[in-house]
Write a protein that binds this ligand. Structure first.
Ligand code: FAD
Length: 525
């Protein structure tokens, strides 16, 4: 089914609680987080349809899949994804698809269970599959409007609100007044410029040439079995590639190759990486250079930045979009709380305080992953059949295992990102981490029982939690009470809407109202 016809300028609302500039994955995720809470929002996006030319993100990690599960759409994504997680969880390093294997990692990128650690496996899917799903979900939410073929071209704000200038592809402009604006308009963000923020950081030296090709017969030549990544360690084409589907469509990244590359050279690179004449047909190209950048501020007044508009990291490890979804979730529930009247002013200030250390860590770790890619692993004799070849392959395997493990097994980053320094959680050893996951029954995750607002986990009969419930009610904070012990058996645990632990203890606090006020961003504890 095609995309619905676009809106005309007169269909745009004059006023809306939140405008989201940019309907890429992060802007759409903001809208889902807000719209599910009934907060009206308008997503402004220039692209009428989602292009399949740039698959970009393939790794949707276990934390993002937790969000999709909470939104009730994890299954819908898996139904649309061309590769199921059980198809393969391997990353292979080889001299070519038809050549020699050098090393491999298994159980990569959250594609296999790790005890009870998470309720949803990671998912490999091209970015456009996620974007198309999120567009559908936004359109299904009565509180949301998606205005395609429009761009945000101007922003002005005062104490009362934000005036957002929206320009259609026909040149017509409209002004929309909002309580808040979220700039999710990507690396060249207009919103970032408009609030006087700027990227700081560096750019990698090496250009990369991404492309999508079809070669239906190629699988017959793959000697290494199914894998989600094939790292090609080959002088003629140091590259990284993987299947988009099982019908012969592949993504391909040639390292150190610039954007002037023509079709003939692209096919030569593919053939060299395949190790056979692939009969590939190039479908689209996407040159890119890695950037390690972060905006010097993520908000001004009523305007916030999220996703690639706020930070950029090298794609190795698959963290950019996933980190952006984390921004969307953090900001989404906080803006909804503020608009709903129970969130205090410090809640919005905590957005930058909580997200920035995580974004900086992602940039650091993704940059470390980039230090060793296919060109750095090139060595003589890797394909030789003699003793020199054996030695070269042994040395390469050792280096690969040592250098690349953190890229493929990164759950400490994906699930271990903490918000210890947050001004809106209580201090304490048990706070600032994600609520550890547990299965309550087959298929029933502890996370499934959490509320849209805060959740109080109560270990009965040790605790009752009545004073906390009363304080939450008094302040209008939505609170669900669930009878299960908290982490390390804590008698009482307060969990935020984003599954972070905000407070835990064996006894009720001396002043439950002060605790609730801190957590809702309305005062010190
Ligand atoms: C080769 C490669 C591989 C990658 N692999 C992964 C991966 O495996 N996992 C992962 O997590 N990330 C990955 N990424 C990163 C991921 O692609 C980005 O982080 C992601 O696209 C960011 O989403 P976004 O919505 O913030 O920005 P974008 O995707 O850039 O979307 C921004 C949107 O804003 C719109 N826009 C632009 N200007 C305006 C305006 N003035 N007004 C309104 N709208 C506007 C654009 O049309 C666009 O739709 C990869 C990146 C690359 C280059």
């Amino acid at each position: 089914m095609g995309e619905p016809a676009g809106l005309t300028t007169s269909d745009l609302p004059d006023e809306v609680p939140v405008v989201v500039a940019g309907g890429g994955p992060v802007g759409l995720a903001c809208a889902v987080e807000l719209g599910r809470r009934g907060v009206g929002c308008l997503v402004v996006e220039p692209r009428p349809t989602v292009s399949h030319a740039r698959p970009r993100c393939k790794t949707i990690n276990v934390r993002s899949m937790q969000h999709l599960r909470r939104w009730g759409i994890a299954g819908r994504l898996r139904d649309r994804a061309p590769l199921a997680p059980d198809w393969s969880s391997d990353a292979v390093f080889c001299t070519s698809l038809a050549g020699r294997e050098l090393s491999r990692f298994t159980g990569v990128l959250g594609l296999v269970p790790d005890g009870d650690r998470f309720p949803e496996l990671g998912q490999q899917a091209p970015q456009y599959v996620l974007e198309e799903l999120l567009r559908d979900v936004v359109r299904e939410l009565p509180a949301c409007q998606l205005a395609t073929s429009y761009s945000v071209t101007g922003v002005a704000q005062d104490d009362a609100g934000v005036r957002v200038t929206v320009t259609g592809q026909n040149g017509r402009t409209a002004e929309v007044t909002a309580d808040y604006l979220i700039g999710c308009d990507g690396p060249r963000s207009v919103v970032r410029d408009q609030i006087g923020a700027a990227y700081a950081g560096g750019t990698a030296l090496r250009p990369n040439f991404g492309l999508v090709f079809t070669a239906p017969d190629l699988w017959r030549h793959v000697r290494h079995g199914p894998a989600v990544h094939y790292w090609i360690i080959n002088q003629a084409a140091p590259a990284l590639m993987g299947p988009i589907d099982l019908d012969g469509t592949w993504w391909f990244i040639a390292f150190g190759v610039d954007q002037e590359t023509g079709e003939k050279e692209a096919v030569r690179l593919i053939d060299a990486a395949a190790g056979v004449a692939s009969r590939a047909v190039v479908r689209s190209t996407d040159p890119w250079t890695a950037r390690m950048q972060i905006a010097d501020r993520m908000c001004r007044g009523r305007v916030f930045l999220a996703g690639d508009a706020a930070h950029l990291n090298p794609p190795f490890g698959g963290h950019g979009l996933n980190t952006g979804l984390g921004d969307a979730v953090d900001l989404g529930w906080k803006l909804a709380a503020r608009l709903d009247g129970w969130g205090g002013p410090a809640l919005l200030d905590s957005y930058q305080a909580e997200r920035r250390p995580i974004q900086e860590r992602v940039i650091r770790e993704a940059t470390a992953n980039m230090a060793v890619t296919s060109p750095e692993l090139l060595a003589d004799n890797l394909d030789a059949g003699d003793a020199a070849g054996e030695r070269a392959r042994h040395a390469a395997a050792e280096r690969i295992q040592q250098a690349k493990r953190p890229e493929f097994h990164s759950l400490d980053l994906v699930l271990g990102a903490r918000i210890d320094g947050s001004p809106v959680i209580a201090a304490g050893p048990a706070t600032g981490a994600l609520l550890p996951h547990a299965w309550l029954a087959p298929g029933r995750s502890l996370y499934d029982d959490l509320g849209e607002g805060f959740t109080l986990l109560v270990r009965r009969p040790l605790a009752a939690g009545g004073a906390i419930e009363k304080a939450a009610r008094a302040r209008g904070v939505p609170l669900r009470v669930v009878d299960v012990p908290g982490p390390n058996g804590a008698a009482l645990t307060l969990v935020r809407p984003d599954q972070y632990v905000a407070w835990a203890d064996d006894r009720e606090p001396a002043d439950s109202v002060a605790l609730i006020d801190r957590l809702r961003g309305a005062g010190p504890l």
